[in-house]
Design a protein around this ligand. Structure first.
Ligand code: ADP
Length: 443
């Protein structure tokens, strides 16, 4: 051993090799220690950086990504975490899109939708539901239906549906105006299939029910109106068969003729109304520039026989140049109906004035004024309804169908206008048709 040491130490002199080895070892140790400290520090910084990014991602800020250039295991971990972040941000974007779609649909719907938690508190309501319950502007989330005064019927329905596990169907009344609502209810379940609430779907069927009611009323009215002349025709035809006296037979034939004329008028008026109300018919296809003076002249000519019978004088007050855009035939029919009524329900020898003037807003007003019996204010709201009569006996006596004013109203509506009545008992009536003067511009 001593020989070997001597050989190694030989070239550097005595004591040299030991010192060199010791210094080299210390230097090596220092280098290793510095390198370790540096590597550990760098790894710690990288891990801290990753932790900060992970925290941001966990906080919902999905725009951040881990540094893909990290070495070794950290690099692989970064890649995996970046893929997870990418997947999550895709999922969240997709969920956001789906939620946006759902929100848009709920906002655009005319059907009311209310989501309720199991404890009976409202989670959300779409605008249609808010307007049905007249609670717009109120924050409804977290409130109970009773608190937002949703009405006893709906509260009861929601409670029953909740108790029954979600499913329900009923027609209810809402509010004091008697709004009719068809309500359906379905359960809401969470991701684990647990029952967590219900969704109420509300359809406003008020208008539908009104129309159904009107249809039933209308059918009953038509049957009644037709039955009266038919019964009369039937009775007088039977009498005629047994009657030998020629004068009597002629009288019966006259009654039959009068009743067939009345039937024919009812059917004509019903057809006019049906055409006016048919949404598939373009009422105004035959629109043209109509000179109002000419139109009123024509009405006076058409009503001259009736006016003579009723002893009425017809007077026109209208500027020569006044024009409107409309269906001449329909407008003539509307004014004629008003003039015939003015003659029929006015006293003998009283004047009837047909006038027209342009009024504010580019409109034209056609008026028919009489100095007849007048109409009590209580009838004004319903007088334009089909078969509504103020004086039933007088109407039948003068051959009225009860449809004349309904036709006037529909003609005005078809022209984008309206009809109004101003009348006082004993002083006469003024019926006014207001129409836009110019043709509507195409959108
Ligand atoms: P009718 O065919 O019975 O005249 P209308 O619809 O034309 O039907 O009129 C409805 C009711 O309004 C009439 O039955 C009549 O009682 C009343 N009426 C209409 N016009 C006048 C008027 N100018 N003066 C008084 N009453 C009128």
């Amino acid at each position: 051993m001593a020989v070997a040491f001597a050989e190694i130490s030989g070239p550097w002199g005595s004591g040299g090799p030991l010192w060199v080895i010791a210094v080299a070892s210390v230097l090596l140790l220092v280098v290793v220690l510095v390198a370790m400290v540096w590597i550990t520090g760098r790894s710690r910084r990288q891990i801290r950086g990753m932790a900060r990014i992970a925290e941001r991602l966990a906080g919902g800020d999905l725009a951040h990504r881990f540094d893909p250039g990290l070495p070794h295991a950290l690099g692989e971990l970064s890649d995996s975490l970046n893929r997870v972040a990418e997947y999550q941000s895709d999922r969240i974007r997709e969920l956001g899109r789906q939620q946006g779609e759902l929100q848009g649909t709920l906002h655009a719907m005319s059907t009311g939708v209310i989501a309720m938690a199991r404890d009976g508190r409202v989670l959300s309501m779409n605008p249609a539901a808010l307007s049905m319950l007249a609670v717009s502007g109120l924050n409804v989330r977290g409130r109970r239906l009773q608190e937002i005064e949703a009405g006893p019927d709906l509260v009861q329905f929601a409670t029953a549906a909740m108790d029954a596990g979600g499913h329900g169907f009923a027609e209810l009344s809402l509010g004091e105006a008697g709004q009719r609502i068809v309500a359906r209810s379905e359960s809401i379940h969470d991701g684990l299939g647990e029952f967590v609430g219900i969704v109420l779907v509300l359809d406003d069927v008020t208008r539908l029910r009104q129309l159904e009611h009107m249809r039933v009323d209308f059918a009953a009215n038509v049957s009644h109106e037709l039955r009266t002349p038919i019964t009369s025709i039937h009775g007088y035809a039977e009498l005629m068969m047994d009657e030998k006296d020629e004068t009597e037979r002629t009288r019966y034939a006259e009654v039959i003729l009068r009743n067939t004329a009345s039937l024919s008028s009812i059917i004509d008026d019903l057809l006019s109304l049906a055409r006016l109300e048919d949404p598939l018919q373009d009422q105004l296809s035959g629109r043209e520039q109509v000179k109002i003076h000419e139109l009123l002249d024509e009405v006076v000519r058409a009503c001259s026989v009736e006016a003579e019978k009723g002893g009425s004088t017809l007077k026109i007050e209208c500027h020569e140049h006044l024009e409107c855009h409309g269906n001449r035939q329909l407008l003539e029919q509307a004014v004629t109906n008003l003039v015939v009524n003015a003659i029929r329900y006015g006293p003998q020898d009283s004047p009837v004035t047909l006038s027209a003037e342009s009024i504010a807003g580019g409109q034209i007003q056609l008026s028919v004024a009489d100095r007849g019996v007048g109409i009590e204010a209580s009838h004004h709201g319903r007088i334009f309804e089909r078969f509504y009569r103020v004086d039933k006996g007088r109407s039948r006596e003068v051959g009225g169908t009860g449809l004349g004013l309904a036709i006037v109203k529909h003609i005005a509506l078809a022209h984008g206008g309206r009809v109004e009545l101003e009348s006082a008992v004993g002083q006469g009536s003024v019926f006014r048709i207001t129409l836009p003067m110019a043709a509507p511009t195409n959108p």
